[in-house]
Design a protein around this ligand. Structure first.
Ligand SMILES: [Zn+2]
Length: 168
């Protein structure tokens, strides 16, 4: 770590500690997201999202939900799989704050929160998304979130998440 000189500078110019940090809002307005390329396993997920429905793959033998979709159940290896709607309420399972754009298309939103969400109805299924409508600093493990649907174009809608409005 070579943080000593920087620490001295910060000591002389303290960051404001009161009020919400409005500078922590990620600017998604100038980001053009990559368009999904569905395959036979993911197609039902995207078709449901376009209708404003979060639908996840569920094993019809052992009733386990899984995401992303696979050809077989990851728990019991059954091949009888179907997509079933879930409520869209869930919890942040993990998160990363992106300070560098590995993909230049996301540069305008830096810094932003990438989150992994575990839906209430589908324990064990983990969805990758961004935390929208909140400062990226609000991404914390265990926080309640709800799905929002972000249209990408006429064909694709991306399930994303925001902090849950009904706090429990
Ligand atoms: Zn199964």
């Amino acid at each position: 770590m070579t943080s000593l000189p920087r620490a001295n500078i910060l000591a002389r110019v303290p960051e404001p500690r009161t009020g919400p940090d409005v500078t922590a809002m990620s600017d998604w307005s100038r980001v053009t997201r990559p368009i999904p390329v569905p395959n036979e396993w993911t197609k039902p997920f995207w078709e449901a999202a376009k209708r404003g429905v979060l639908a996840l793959q569920r094993c019809q033998a052992c009733k386990h939900f899984q995401h992303p979709p696979y050809a077989t159940c990851v728990r019991c290896m059954a091949t009888d799989l179907a997509f079933e709607p879930v409520s869209g309420a869930g919890t942040i399972y993990a998160y990363t704050i992106m300070y560098h754009a590995g993909d230049k298309r996301f540069a305008a939103a830096i810094p932003y929160a990438s989150i992994i969400v575990e839906p209430d109805d589908a324990p064990g299924a983990l969805l990758a998304a961004n935390l929208l409508e909140a400062p990226y600093t609000e991404a914390k493990v265990g926080r309640r979130v709800e799905v929002v649907f972000q249209p990408l174009n006429d064909d694709f809608t991306l399930p994303q998440f925001r902090l849950a409005r009904d706090t429990r």
